[in-house]
Write a protein that binds this ligand. Structure first.
Ligand SMILES: *Cc1c(COP(=O)(O)O)cnc(C)c1O
Length: 381
């Protein structure tokens, strides 16, 4: 064996507590899977792996026997792009419910493909107006699809998928849901909520590693895509569905090792249960929010709109985000910037992944040192 030279990149620091909304701190049993022997993606064991991941991802979304899943290699945005560009027929039109950065992104994606789109826009701190959705659909039979974000990660607002699903179904239209930061830890059920296309990813509340994402829908909806001309080659859900469901083989080379890790993460998620994970996240979020409020921090959203995994927090006067970030990073905590126009006034804290109550306690202590009395951290570091 030729000796490897000195590494040209340095590894990340020893366990940082990740308070960004994915990639998250994972269970050691998920990471351990990366040490499996090398494998060919066209072998029987990978067919079985793909079957297992698709089945478990379907179940975590509440899908029954009529539902199935297509797993994709790529981040959550690839799966969103696959769902939106595959599901909307020629002559279809998308109504996007937009109250944040990721709502905006749904419109940007369809726009790139020239798919007609209109937006129902709300301020980033405003919940989606369901009566406005109802009126928009009643007024315009040309809208074939409604697209919305379940958990708007730019603010931490939880949007009402269940109520929207009821309205969309009543009007006989199809619903595409970006559940990328909610699936696994918020209440979501594709059957009950009448979600036509549910998009998720491995590395947020499902606590897997980044690189694979998925779309859950009814089997007959995937089958019906055969009638449509694809807009994309590799993100064509029908092509991917035929390969995975009928041939039990990936259409292209998938991130096999990450799929193994996702399979393990899904086992852990199913064993814990979505309701229990939701309660675990809610308790960490509560601890964090109480501690922040005690220290004089304010929040972007009122309590009733907040999810269980993102808190958007006001920056204190006189301390810029990058300074706060760097001080906390030196202490072993990674925080996340506010998005878009919020960036100069707010930062975000996610509590997804394998975090403990002790991590939050320690974060709050370090936050006091970094934000409220900067000299203490400076002299300690
Ligand atoms: C993270 C996120 C995305 C983008 O996912 P990537 O994996 O970064 O492509 C899209 N929508 C929501 C709601 C998200 O939280």
């Amino acid at each position: 064996m030729t000796p490897a030279g000195p590494p040209s990149t340095t590894p990340p620091p020893a366990r940082a507590v990740l308070l960004n909304p994915g990639p998250v701190n994972v269970d050691p049993r998920v990471r351990e899977v990366l040490g499996y022997p090398d494998v060919c993606h066209r072998e029987a064991e990978v067919s079985a792996l793909l079957d297992a991941v698709r089945d478990k991802a379907t179940r975590i979304c509440g899908g029954d026997d009529q539902y199935t899943c297509v797993a994709l290699t790529g981040s959550g945005t690839s799966a969103l792009e696959a769902a939106l560009t595959s599901a909307v027929p020629p002559g279809g039109r998308v109504l996007v419910l937009d109250n944040g950065h990721y709502g905006q992104r749904l419109a940007q994606i369809v726009d790139v493909y020239g798919i007609p789109c209109q937006r129902l826009r709300f301020d980033w701190t405003t919940p989606i107006d369901l009566a406005a959705l109802d009126r928009a659909l009643a007024a315009d039979p040309g809208i074939s699809h409604v697209a919305m974000v379940h958990h708007e990660t730019s603010t931490g607002m939880l949007n009402p998928v269940r109520a929207a699903g009821e309205i969309v179904a009543r009007h006989g239209r199809d619903l595409v849901v970006d559940a990328i930061s909610s699936v696994g830890a918020e209440d979501l059920d594709v059957v009950r909520d009448r979600v036509g296309w549910c998009v998720g990813t491995a590395n947020k509340a499902l606590e897997g590693l980044p690189g694979v994402s998925f779309v859950v829908a009814r089997r007959d909806a995937f089958e019906a895509l055969a009638e449509l001309r694809p807009r994309s080659f590799s993100l064509d859900l029908h092509r991917q569905y035929l390969a995975q469901h009928h041939d039990r083989a990936p259409a292209f080379t998938p991130a096999v090792q990450i799929l193994y890790a996702f399979d393990r993460a899904l086992d852990l998620a199913l064993a814990e249960g979505v309701a229990a994970r939701r309660a675990r996240y809610a308790s960490l979020a509560q601890q964090l929010r109480v501690g922040l409020a005690d220290r004089g921090f304010t929040f972007l959203l009122s309590e009733k709109h907040r999810s269980n995994s993102i808190t958007t927090v006001g920056l204190l006067p006189g301390l810029r985000y990058d300074e706060l970030h760097d001080r906390l990073k030196r202490a072993g905590f990674v925080i996340y910037a506010g998005q878009g126009e919020l960036a100069t006034r707010y930062f975000r804290l996610a509590n997804m992944g394998q975090l403990s109550s002790a991590d939050i306690t320690s974060f709050l202590q370090n936050l006091s040192a970094s934000a409220l009395n900067p000299n203490i951290t400076e002299s300690n570091s």
